[in-house]
Write a protein that binds this ligand. Structure first.
Ligand code: G
Ligand code: G
Ligand code: MN
Ligand code: NA
Length: 251
């Protein structure tokens, strides 16, 4: 309950809530196509709290809408300042998608920030596609029609289903880091990366390898046909320049 109260306060004031960004890179050209927004929170009471802890709390306590609003607004505003015109990718939790208010929230945020819809990408996991699929599907098709890109996050784990890839309007499939991590030592993992990349090619959907930590990972996922990659080998999630001093002081 204390965590919930602290989070509520942080979301009202914005104090010590940060959005870090991690580049997503074309494996052939090395150019940055997008940056993923990843929330970070420093609570005075609790210290740094991981999003794996506070996102579920937000989902269970009715704070998820406020949190989504916060990260979307911050991400669109920050992306407006990027000279390279890369897209910004925002994670949207299943609980948020289920509310059916995402479309309006995004429209309002794009308008107030001035960011074109084509520069926003949302990342959803298959957990979001399980309950009340028809409503979520309609919402995703409507968003896609406005130009917002849609990525299927953490593919290969959890509720993975091949039918999701063609029934939903995905522009991108993000291959879970667990496949990438072992792809250099285990041919079966490399085979799965290749198979997902092949499906992507044939359906015209971009495939991104997540969790690319080493040069060997990078060479493998490139050879297996992934068009894009994300991971520590290229860059870790990092704050924007205007937040760096504040973050350093809290560390
Ligand atoms: O960056 P890190 O590895 O700490 O992120 C942990 C998890 O938290 C990841 O699954 C990531 O998708 C999730 N996460 C980070 N920021 C956000 C956010 O703004 N919204 C949602 N829904 N999830 C986020
Ligand atoms: O669930 P999602 O894929 O949105 O979350 C991505 C998470 O992966 C973030 O928490 C991010 O910090 C983390 N991450 C990014 N690159 C790497 C990497 O190369 N290795 C590992 N282990 N984690 C990474
Ligand atoms: Mn993600
Ligand atoms: Na992911």
């Amino acid at each position: 309950l204390r965590l919930e109260d602290e989070l509520r306060k942080a979301l009202i004031t914005g104090e010590n809530l940060f959005v870090f960004y991690q580049p997503i890179v074309n494996t052939r050209t090395d150019s940055i196509t997008a940056r993923e927004a990843l929330m970070r929170w420093y609570s005075r009471e609790l210290g740094w709290v991981s999003p794996t802890v506070f996102i579920p709390v937000a989902e269970q306590s009715g704070l998820i809408e406020r949190l989504s609003q916060f990260v979307l607004h911050r991400a669109c505003r920050d992306a407006m300042r990027w000279p390279d015109g890369a897209r910004v990718a925002v994670n949207i939790s299943a609980a948020q998608l289920g509310l059916g208010t995402l479309g309006d929230m995004i429209a309002t945020t794009l308008e107030s920030s001035g960011l074109p819809a084509t520069r926003l990408e949302i990342e959803v996991t298959e957990a979001a596609l399980v309950d009340d699929e028809s409503r979520v599907m309609e919402e995703l098709y409507q968003l896609r029609a406005t130009g917002v890109h849609i990525a299927l996050d953490d593919f290969g784990t959890g509720y993975s289903s091949l039918s999701h890839i063609h029934r939903f309007p995905f522009d991108k499939i993000k291959i879970d880091g667990s496949f990438v991590r072992d792809s250099t030592t285990r041919p079966d993992y490399a085979a799965m990366v290749r198979t997902i990349a092949d499906i992507g090619h044939r359906l015209g959907v971009t495939t991104v390898a997540e969790g690319v930590e080493t040069q060997a990972h990078l060479e493998t996922i490139r050879a297996e046909g992934c068009q894009e990659m994300q991971g520590y080998v290229y860059a870790r999630p990092a704050p924007e320049p205007h937040d760096r001093d504040t973050v350093d002081r809290l560390n």
